[in-house]
Ligand binder design. Structure first.
Ligand code: BES
Ligand code: ZN
Length: 916
């Protein structure tokens, strides 16, 4: 393997120009035969050709290289399992110029959701069937055909599939022609040549599907494919896609370059969706919308579609040269998903939601010492799996949002258009985008952005003084645990300081004085354009509380203020009592996004208060929360209203969830039970999708075996994955510990597809402290089984297992236990996930955004290990400690610091809560 800038790459001597690939999948024996002709450009005389290959066998005698009129066969064929390469060595030097490599191969249609793989589905009659599809990002095209599997090696792809007549065969491009073979039993479907593109974007699918279609106003055919009988559930994503394609055409200034766009629900799918050019694949729940779907579900589908369609330009047309710049793909698409969703559905208020969702997730992870810079060197391609995380996606999107605010919408857009124009069908690095924006805006964008992408973390900006017209600000590295920043660790960011009514002013030094417009209150970072925290003086907080009550702050600013103040209490910069005084000023709030932020903050405080304060004080805290949400809960109610907007549906779920958690009034439980029973008795009208999950949880918590069984039956009979998912994510909340154990047995039984099997485990772990310990014990003793179920599958699955098996832990002992376990069971490529998990436990985690499934679906690496069964004696040593009513014992918390801080504030007095 060649090394450039420390990267492990295929030698640059030979470039692929065009692949002609023919594949013949066998859906009965789960194998496929393939042949390919690759047109090459030999750029430097060489006697070797190396390309990627994994889990497929090349038929040696078929390998031929044609250069000019000569045909040569390799004298040696060598495989490297480690690098997933095959090298053909020729007796003579191959001359510079055109050549053609031909070979035949054979592979397996695996069940690991990577490469060319199979999924099970039911046809219209309910019979079980098999379909085959692909997932190539990042490194799995090599599992389907030998190729130069690097994003910088763009080539043209001509694909032919040989399949049973009657099945649907799809690929990136439209069908060119077909002919029938074997007396009509088989058909050979040839697709048009693709544009020049990277291997990870190629896709092909064979199976039975129904579809619906529409045309964009710019003339592109858009189709949504679904399992037989379900195509009407594609109506919503079809409408979103049609609008988004036209919208992106205009925004990027280049028309969508392919003649068609297909979107398809795949029965077994590891990620949420994949942006294959012209053939976007989705997890069923992330594409199809059945009648009565919740607002949350519709929003998720809209976001996934707008995200993947953004990649059709940003990622597919212009592609990062190497995985180092993966963030550019994912961060930018994560910015665009909001941009386009906002264009299509302004009432979703996606830019406000960004504050409590994307930006909050970024800031949560990036305040850990185990975070990493947005731009990370990737030497070996396999390391890329680790950077599909909230830093690439969420911090990436957050810094793009900051650039948008600083450069202004016009320069941002025109720079982007110039970038697209200049680099279409080619590859780029981050600096190419900065260069385009610098030209468009006249700003030195590279200098502005470097401090945000090249160093990890983000700043805390402290208001040192304020005299009404001028503030003195100081910046420092914000760390979630408030740990000391040593002199040599200090960092400086270039921070756009944004106040309402004036242009951004750049803060470049440790301290800086900035003039601000006159106002009743001081608000730095208006509109939450910058991922940073702001610490004000006590007086400013009181003024802000008044402004909140007077309705003078925007939704984003309110949500940001709540999230900042919680984080600052946790890190020791702000008294918990002050945060609660601020939260108390939100009684008349009716906006979902603000309540979402409040709910995140309360969840964070709840764990510590439960552990650290007396029973009467804890009860007083819960009574305060009940009172805080009472008016809003009453007004929003349980029933959908004709006047409901999009956010009201989301708010209803949040408030019911909060009631189930904090409410001291039994009425809510009874109401949930009544609706649950009616639903189970066949009356679906009382349980709209918006409130299903909180109601299931409440019924499980207050009920027993009957409710548990009812939900298991519901899952067994479900015809859609979203119905199943409602059960998976709630079932662990059953109060009965034996039933929780039953859920865990279910997880490893093989009855749940591995694309979903971590959900029920996560729901058990989240249901109580005791259940968290139970889950961890169970995970450890079934580690071999779990690992064997998903070790060669997409990396995201093991990653989800790692995060969820320890969900709900927050003690030093627990962290030490988890750390020790992974020392004994090293998962090489999951190191980052594991360190982030450990630091998260130690810092006491608060809720990650549920909309985005962070921590559930953020994929990381997968590795190998020689795992032995954990011996029984080890299993219970720590868990016993965890099982003691630790929730009431202060001393075992790592976050002793946070707890101690809280204990020094008036919140330990019952009277404090009554005074709020
Ligand atoms: N390119 C990714 C899919 C992907 C993720 C491939 C990890 C390989 C490894 C796709 O564009 C994506 O980001 N999908 C997200 C959904 C999106 C709405 C954030 C996902 O799968 O969760
Ligand atoms: Zn993406």
């Amino acid at each position: 393997m060649a090394k450039a800038e420390g990267r492990v790459l295929l030698p640059p001597t030979v470039e692929p120009v065009k692949y002609d690939i023919k594949l013949k999948p066998d859906l009965v024996n789960f194998t496929f035969d393939g042949s390919e002709k690759i047109r090459l450009d030999i750029q430097e005389a060489t006697d070797e050709i190396a390309l990627h290959v994994k889990e497929i066998a090349i038929k040696n005698h078929t390998i031929v290289l044609k250069a000019g009129s000569t045909e040569v066969k390799p004298e040696a064929v060598t495989y490297s399992i480690k690098d997933a390469t095959v090298t053909f060595k020729f007796e003579e030097m191959l001359p510079v110029g055109e050549a053609e490599l031909e070979l035949e191969f054979f592979g397996l249609l695996n069940d690991q959701m990577a490469g060319f793989y199979r999924s099970g589905y039911k046809d219209i009659t309910g019979a079980s069937k098999i379909m085959a599809s692909t997932q190539f990002e990042s490194l799995d095209a090599r599992r389907a055909f030998p190729c130069w599997d690097e994003p910088g090696r763009k080539a043209v792809f001509g694909l032919t599939l040989v399949v049973d007549t009657g099945l649907t065969a799809l690929s990136n491009m439209p069908e060119k022609h077909r002919c029938y073979l074997d007396g009509g039993a088989k058909m050979e479907v040839a697709f048009m040549d693709s544009p020049k593109m990277s291997t990870y974007l190629l896709a092909f699918i064979v199976g039975e599907f129904d579809f619906i279609q529409a045309q964009t106003s710019h003339g592109v055919l858009v189709r949504v494919f679904a399992p037989p009988g379900r195509s009407k559930d594609g109506q919503f994503p079809l409408e979103v896609a049609v609008k988004a394609l036209d919208g992106y055409d205009d925004y990027f200034g280049l028309p969508y370059p392919l003649p068609k766009l297909d979107m398809i629900a795949i029965p077994e799918f590891a990620a949420g969706a994949m942006e294959n050019w012209g053939l976007v694949t989705y997890r069923e729940v992330d594409l199809l919308i059945a009648e009565g779907a919740s607002r949350k579900q519709m929003q998720r589908v809209c976001i996934v579609v707008t995200h993947e369609l953004a990649h059709q330009w940003f990622g597919n047309l212009v592609t990062m040269n190497w995985w180092d710049d993966l963030w550019l793909n994912e961060g930018f698409a994560s910015w665009c998903e909001n941009y386009m969703a906002h264009e299509i559905f302004p009432d979703f208020a996606m830019w406000d939601q960004f504050t409590s969702d994307t930006q909050a997730a970024a800031m949560r992870l990036d305040s850990l010492r185990s975070s990493h810079p947005i731009q990370v060197p990737i030497k070996h391609a396999e390391e890329v799996e680790e950077v599909f995380d909230a830093i690439s996606y969420c911090k990436g999107a957050s810094v793009i949002k900051m650039a948008h605010a600083y450069l202004g919408a016009d320069a941002f857009r025109s720079g982007l258009q110039a970038y697209m124009q200049k680099h279409k069908y080619s590859n780029t690095e981050t600096s190419d985008l900065w260069a385009a924006w610098s030209t468009a805006s006249g700003c030195k964008v590279n200098e502005l952005m470097a401090s945000w992408t090249e160093q990890m973390g983000y700043p805390l900006v402290t208001v040192k003084s304020f005299n009404g017209s001028e503030v003195e600000l100081e910046q420092s590295w914000f760390l979630a645990d408030g740990s000391e920043v040593k002199k040599e660790e200090e960092k400086i960011w270039k921070i756009p300081i944004i106040c309402k009514g004036q242009k951004p002013v750049l803060m470049e030094a440790k301290t800086q004085k900035i003039s601000v417009p006159k106002s009743d209150f001081l608000l730095i970072n208006a509109g939450r354009q910058v991922p940073m925290r702001v610490l004000y003086s006590d007086e400013t907080y009181s003024q802000l509380a008044t402004a909140i009550q007077k309705g003078q702050l925007s939704v984003s600013d309110k949500a940001g203020l709540v999230l900042d103040s919680f984080a600052l209490a946790k890190s020791g910069h702000l008294g918990a009592d002050k945060v609660f005084k601020l939260i108390a000023s939100f009684r008349s709030e009716r906006n979902f996004i603000v309540w979402d932020a409040i709910s995140q903050a309360l969840t964070g405080f709840d764990t510590v208060l439960m552990a650290g304060v007396s029973d009467p004080t804890y009860a007083a805290f819960k009574a305060f929360v009940s009172k805080l949400i009472a008016d809003a809960a009453k007004e929003v109610g349980w029933e959908k209203k004709a006047s409901d907007g999009h956010l009201d549906g989301l708010l209803r779920e949040t408030l019911i969830n909060m009631q189930s958690k904090y409410s001291v009034d039994p009425e809510a439980m009874a109401e949930a039970k009544r609706r649950f029973d009616a639903f189970m008795a066949g009356d679906a009208s009382l349980l709209p999708d918006d409130i299903k999950e909180p109601v299931f949880k409440m019924a499980l918590k207050s009920g027993g075996k009957k409710e548990y069984q009812a939900l298991r039956n519901l899952q067994a009979k479900a015809t859609t994955n979203i119905e199943r998912k409602h059960v998976y994510v709630t079932i662990g909340h059953t109060a009965d510990i034996a039933l929780k154990k039953d859920v865990l047995d279910w997880v490893v039984s093989g009855d749940i597809k591995i694309q979903d099997f971590f959900y029920p485990m996560g729901s058990v772990a989240a249901s109580s402290k005791e259940a968290a310990a139970l889950t961890w014990d169970y995970y450890k003793s079934h580690f071999d089984r779990i690992w064997s179920m998903c070790k060669t599958a997409s990396p995201s699955l093991m990653d989800a297992m790692i995060s969820l098996s320890a969900r709900g832990f927050s003690t030093a002992e627990a962290a030490a236990e988890v750390e020790q376990f992974y020392k004994e069971h090293p998962l090489k490529q999951n190191q980052r996930t594991i360190s982030q998990l450990l630091e998260g436990i130690r810092n006491l985690r608060c809720k990650a955004s549920e909309n985005r499934d962070w921590g559930v679906l953020a994929p990381a690496g997968y590795g190998s290990s020689g795992n032995q069964l954990v011996k029984d004696s080890r299993v219970s040593s720590v868990s016993k400690k965890l099982r003691t009513p630790l929730a009431r014992q202060g001393e075992s918390w790592t976050n002793a610091a946070f707890l101690n801080r809280i204990l020094k504030t008036p919140v330990i007095e019952e009277s404090f809560w009554k005074s709020l």
